[in-house]
Design a protein around this ligand. Sequence first.
Ligand SMILES: [Zn+2]
Length: 73
Amino acid sequence: MRIQGKELPIYPEHPVRVVCLEHLERELDDYVDKYEVAPDTFALSEVDEPGLSHSCMVCGAEGKIVLLHVKGM
Ligand SMILES: [Zn+2]
C-alpha cells in the first residue's frame, strides 16, 4: 500500500475502509470491535492505491479518510 509516497506493508487480514468524516467515528469503533486493533488513519489523498474506492463505504458520499492497519506502526 503506497501511503504518503512510501510503500508501507499492511496486515492483509485487516481490511482497508474508506469513509466520510461523518462516519469516521462509527467505523473506528466498528474496526476495533471486529478486529480488536485500532486502525491507522490517513487522508484519502495520502493513499495512492489503484482500485481503492473514493466513496464512503457507509453512505456513498465523498470519501475522506482511509482506515487500515500498517505493520509496525
Ligand atoms: Zn459516510
